[in-house]
Write a protein that binds this ligand. Sequence first.
Ligand code: DON
Length: 312
Amino acid sequence: METSGHPTGSYVDQLLRNIHALVIGDNSGELASYIPGLANADPDQFGVAIATANGKLYSFGNVDAKFTIQSISKALTYCLVLEIKGRRDVFARVGVEPSGDPFNAIEFDPRTSRPYNPMVNAGAITVAGILRDELGRDAFDFILTRFSEAAGRPLELNEEVYLSEARTGHRNRAIGHLLLGMGALSDRCEDAVDLYFRQCSIDVDTLSLATIGATLANLGENPFTGKQVFDVSAVRDTLAVMFTCGMYDYAGNWAFDVGVPAKSGVGGGILGIVNRQLGIGTYSPRLDRNGNSVRGLTAFKALSDELGLHAF
Ligand code: DON
């Protein structure tokens, strides 16, 4: 197994080695296979990385292994749409209330007939629709550029996963049509869903995730490059919604046990942020029934306990 990290080193290096040892024997959970392209992942891989808001990076395990960002993209596109469209307009179209439902639920807030929040598929597809309306055909390039600036390296679309999801994503297409029927999307709902499939199919690695996290933790400025990537007030709103809604129907447990804003993806990644301090990325593709990485959950709990990261 290819690993990176220092044989000796700081307290944090040692902690990441210990976390690796803690989780590596746990082979429970399943790869996501409802998107056929995801079933090709190596189930045994695990990587963990911490990037600080003042530009230090610690990592251990398969931290260069590529995986698709999937639902973690929802937090970042929400941050971008808040900047482009303004919080009031976005709030009129997508709520900020935890749904307690699975990520792909066909449920809308009955009080408002809007998606509950931008972290479930219905909300993220609506956000993609707003970005598509505002930016037209350039929307994906815009997203890819900003994600890359946050990661501090050029990211790319995983064509195979994109095509695989585009071929099989009937439930998301159904959600798109329901949103169109409710007036939440403009009449190009296919474009919104296609943009959503593309944003989910961007390849990242654990180091990129941690760096994206450090950019959010550092008020939107990538601490390694000095580039201001996200709008400060949009970062505040994004972290708030990640805290309450980022882990779907596990969000309450996560807030209880780990206590930091986070977002998971069915590619096996989890992104966590300690405001003003750290970005944390984990990767391990076996998922629990909520769609969260099994080893990632254990790793985050241990990190939170060891480093005292819990907000309360
Ligand atoms: O829409 C989907 O089903 C996927 N593109 C993303 C789902 C996802 O990552 C949920 N996260 N745990």
